[in-house]
Write a protein that binds this ligand. Structure first.
Ligand code: GTP
Length: 623
């Protein structure tokens, strides 16, 4: 049967016929869009795998563990970074077959932004809580986001196979702390597959279907976009009203850019082409889009010929809170780095970058991140996926500076700090942190918060766990706070934060001088009360990391002209092959090759070479 021409398609036929006349779309009553939200490690990805398996979207052979965590780094670190989506088909007990669109979300505090985007594309959430752990800081943070997004929430207690599981206690906790009715929470083991069917039934019976008007002009939310090496830019969309078809001319409402849709499809979980997507559906399109600027996450896509008058609400822009410089080890790699950052940004809308130059490191980029884990992940992706050797400068939060002439500036880079005589005052960003911790470790946690200049706002109890709310300077948190918290609580403390406000503070820029030359990339800003300790710590670290040379090297930390810490690396005459007297030429060559390899990762400062590890060490300072 020939498809009806576009103009004589009534609303009803449009819904059920494709270009080749076959039935395509699902009525909205048979669609359920949901996210899985949870604290890190409570089992979201494992549950997603089970749902995929139970609905037969992948055969047992195709099923690799944690299908949705498809980046290598995600698999290795066992965490979810990018929100992923997958369409499942489920024949329910009521005899109807439902389309379930699952959006997996990351749980780490740095990736809250991805969570909010996934939530905006769905009507409901599965709230996964580990029945042996109970409610944690990100359980709360995520569930509040879901409530804000007007989601229907189905509590799921996971890991009930564990002997330590206490489903009744955790149900009570969900009711007491979150105020959510947990009486019919689904008790499951994502690991063994126990009760997965009950989760699928709960999705169908307890979540509302999407609402949308098939006859209205197209409005589709641009949820995410990324670059695929074969298909180019792929856009993830959620259709609100109207229909998105192959061959259609679409317009991005914020930029006005117009493109022709080349492919339409869904993730099942592999890419599967579809002729169109209707109201309530989640899928992807490609449209030969080359420029990153055309794909603003949160934008509304409409039909160029019959455009909608009003855009969808969109998302709050993400604000990077930590900045650092990224420089290529080989200056020739600058263009490659620029291109790679462009592609990465397309994959990760919360990542920001702009070109900058450093006296020490040459041409590079100032990059903004949502947190330190985000920074580490981006760095790792750049070196793995794009094969780039990079030097990262010490991370810095954004300070607000008021000069004596009344001008204000946002300071992203300590190297740009004006001379002290020109500064009237500096403000630093503060956060409000929520920490949940078993009583036994509370003392250590409070000490850590106090050491980091924290002010206690609240201290209450959630069952046998303390919930401490602190205001802390972000500067004290971005470096190693999370790692320290985990180690002093043996991994039991959980942590979440929101940005709070800016407050004036007694801060100083600490410059690091190697062989009397300032290395701008190592300079950092710290509160005056800790400046000396940190200066000393970094000098000591550099002493271990910078290889000895034929002359003595002084390493100094200074505030203005005043040296606050100093270390000296003694001189050494070293021929790496000296030990190999005798004729073993292959061994000598190996040593020389090894030395050459090491040199590639060094930067020359005056007469001194500083290894990349020294710059990275600045990230990990605990003082
Ligand atoms: N015993 C038991 N272990 C489980 C169960 N579900 C998940 N796990 C384990 O818990 C760990 C964390 O599971 P994930 O699915 O990666 O957790 P996640 O919430 O997706 O974590 P992120 O992706 O990092 O946010 C893994 O080691 C799983 O094997 C369960 O039902 N029982």
């Amino acid at each position: 049967m020939k498809p009806p021409a576009q103009s004589d398609r009534s609303a009803d036929t449009a819904r059920f016929f494709d270009y080749d006349g076959s039935m395509t779309s699902t009525p909205t009553e048979l669609i359920r869009n949901f996210s899985i939200i949870a604290h890190i490690d409570h089992g979201k990805s494992t549950l997603a795998d089970r749902l995929i398996q139970a609905t037969g979207a992948l055969t047992a052979r195709e099923m690799t563990e944690q299908v949705l965590d498809n980046m290598d780094i995600e698999k290795e670190r066992g965490i979810t970074i990018k929100a992923q989506t997958v369409r499942l088909s489920y024949p329910a007990k009521d005899g109807k077959t439902y389309i379930l669109n699952l959006m997996d979300t990351p749980g780490h505090v740095d990736f809250a932004y991805e969570v909010s985007r996934s939530l905006a594309a769905c009507e409901g959430s599965l709230l996964v809580v580990d029945a042996s752990q109970g409610v944690e800081a990100q359980t709360l943070a995520n569930v509040y986001q879901a409530i804000d997004a007007n989601h229907e929430i189905v509590p799921v207690l996971n890991k009930i196979d564990l002997p330590a599981a206490e489903p009744d206690r955790v149900k009570q906790q969900i009711e007491d702390v979150i105020g959510l009715d947990a009486s019919d929470a689904v008790e499951i083991s994502a690991k063994t597959g126990l009760n997965i069917e009950a989760v699928l039934e709960a999705l169908v019976t307890r979540l509302p279907p999407p609402v949308g008007d098939d006859t209205a002009p197209l409005t589709a939310l641009l949820v995410d976009s990324w670059y695929d090496q074969y298909l180019g830019v792929i856009i993830l969309v959620r259709i609100k009203n109207g229909r998105l078809r192959k061959g259609m001319r679409i317009r991005m409402m914020s930029s006005g850019a117009v493109h022709t849709v080349e492919q339409v499809g869904v993730f099942a979980p592999k890419l599967r082409p579809e002729p169109d997507l209707g109201p309530g559906e989640i899928g992807f399109i490609t449209a030969a889009i080359k420029t990153v600027a055309d794909c603003n996450v949160g934008d509304t896509i409409t039909d160029d010929r019959h455009p909608a008058t009003e855009a969808l609400p969109g998302f709050k822009p993400s604000i990077p809170v930590v900045w650092c410089g990224l420089y290529p080890v080989e200056a020739d790699d600058f263009e490659k780095l620029r291109e790679s950052l462009g592609r990465l940004r397309l994959n990760d809308a919360s990542f920001h970058y702009e070109a900058e130059t450093s006296a020490a490191l040459g041409f590079g980029f100032r990059c903004g991140f949502l947190g330190l884990l985000h920074l580490e992940i981006v760095q790792e992706r750049l070196s793995r996926e794009f094969d780039l050797d990079l030097i990262a400068t010490a991370p810095s939060v954004v300070y607000r500076l008021t000069k004596t002439n009344g001008e204000t500036m946002d300071l992203h880079n300590p190297a740009d700090m004006p001379d002290g005589s020109l500064i009237d005052h500096i403000e630093e960003p503060w956060i409000k942190a929520t920490i949940l911790v078993p009583d036994d470790y509370l003392g250590a946690v409070l000490t850590l918060c106090n050491e980091r200049r924290g002010h206690q706002v609240d201290l209450t109890y959630v069952g046998n766990r303390a919930m401490a709310v602190y205001r802390l300077p972000l500067n004290e948190v971005v470096f190693d706070f999370y790692d320290r918290l985990k180690s002093i609580s043996r991994g039991y403390a959980s942590f979440d934060y929101q940005m709070d406000n800016y407050l004036e503070s007694d801060l100083a820029k600490i410059s690091i001088l190697v062989n009397l030359e300032p290395v701008d990339a190592l300079s950092f800003i710290a509160h005056k009360s800790v400046a000396e300790t940190r200066g000393r710590a970094i000098c000591a670290k550099l002493k271990d990391l910078i290889p000895k040379q034929l002359f003595k090297i002084a390493i100094q930390a200074a505030i203005g002209g005043r040296v606050i810490a100093r270390e000296t690396i003694s001189a050494l005459s070293k021929d790496v092959t000296a030990k190999c007297y005798g004729g073993d030429i292959s061994r000598k060559r190996k040593l020389l090759d090894k030395q050459k390899e090491g040199k590639k990762r060094m930067r020359q400062f005056g007469k001194v070479e500083i290894p990349q590890s020294a710059f990275l060490a600045a990230l990990k300072m605990d003082a």
